[in-house]
Design a protein around this ligand. Structure first.
Ligand code: PDD
Length: 285
């Protein structure tokens, strides 16, 4: 049930240990992916592994495994409980080295970890009730497109949201709203779905891309454009997307209602399209 993969071996979670000299532990010198699996099928695996490649390349590492090797490992973990929806987590660190030194060691083997856990029940109350969010200054670094495990800023931002009774923080950089602490941002204004273009200011979310594809296929009006901070309050709808929380409707921002403070019609449409798409795909695409 709690099987994990670590460096070529499968073992129970409680037996999986990382040496303290692992650079992932010491420096956050590591990247990761979170991939949903519905009814035993990994969703958008190809895209997640492509993003893993980009993250690894950005930190000067090669992917230690092939596509088929990743598929084999992740599928084996998911197959422990194929009947329930799960999310697979994988992490690659630069590896273990005897001396703590910021620069990359010359000879080093990456640490590879994969595990999975039941999905926090997508489509459950969080989506149906809508969530509250707050805006916060984006205190992160300049490479937010890299999916690194060095997430302290994201952790502090999310915590600040939670302490303000909000489920997520929407981040502001240079006057624009870019994304959430662990999600991508969409607004609906005058019938158009708007999300910021991909850049170093945000993670190129896989769920974000699915939402844009569904908008395209279903002739919904959308565009990729900067979202000035002040456009958030006047938006008809705000959504936040991620692999594990799908498409969350934000009904309150900084204590004020968004739109009429209820679930928006465009969210209802895109959310049902997303649910249909998940069922239709049931594959690795
Ligand atoms: N986070 N932006 C940030 C900063 C994120 O951490 C995430 C996801 C996203 C959405 O990306 P995707 O649609 O590919 O999940 C955007 C994951 C779920 C996490 O850290 O657990």
């Amino acid at each position: 049930m709690d099987l994990v993969y670590l460096n070529g071996q499968y073992m129970p979670l409680h037996e999986a240990c990382i040496p303290v000299m692992d650079r992932g532990f010491l420096f956050g010198d590591a990247v990761y992916e979170v991939i949903p699996a519905y009814h035993g099928r990994l969703f958008r695996l190809h895209e997640h592994l492509q993003r893993l490649d980009s993250s690894l390349q950005a930190i000067g590492m090669k992917n230690p495994l092939t596509y088929d090797e990743w598929l084999g490992i992740l599928q084996k973990l998911i197959d422990q409980q194929p009947e329930i929806d799960q999310s697979a987590y994988l992490q690659v660190t630069r590896g273990i080295y005897a001396k703590r030194d910021h620069s990359f060691p010359k000879q080093i083997e990456p640490t590879v970890l994969a595990m999975c856990s039941p999905f926090g029940h997508p489509g459950s109350h969080i989506n149906e009730a809508g969530i509250s969010a707050i805006t916060l200054d984006d205190i992160r670094w300049n490479y937010c497109n890299i999916k690194t495990t060095a997430l302290l800023a994201n952790v502090l931002l999310r915590q600040q949201a939670v302490e303000s009774d909000a489920a997520e923080a929407i981040l502001i950089r240079n006057g624009n709203a870019t994304e959430g602490a662990a999600s991508n941002l969409f607004i609906v204004a005058n019938g158009t779905i708007i999300t910021p273009p991909k850049s170093q200011n945000l993670l190129p979310g896989i769920t974000r891309d699915v939402v844009l594809e569904l908008a395209e296929q279903n002739s919904l009006t959308y565009c990729e454009a900067d979202i000035p901070e002040q456009h958030l309050k006047s938006a008809d709808e705000i959504w936040l997307t991620s692999a594990t929380r799908e498409i969350m409707p934000v009904i309150q921002l900084n204590g004020h209602a968004i739109g009429d403070g209820k679930l928006g019609p465009m969210w209802k449409k895109i959310y049902s399209l997303y649910q249909e798409f998940k069922i239709k795909i049931r594959g690795y695409s």
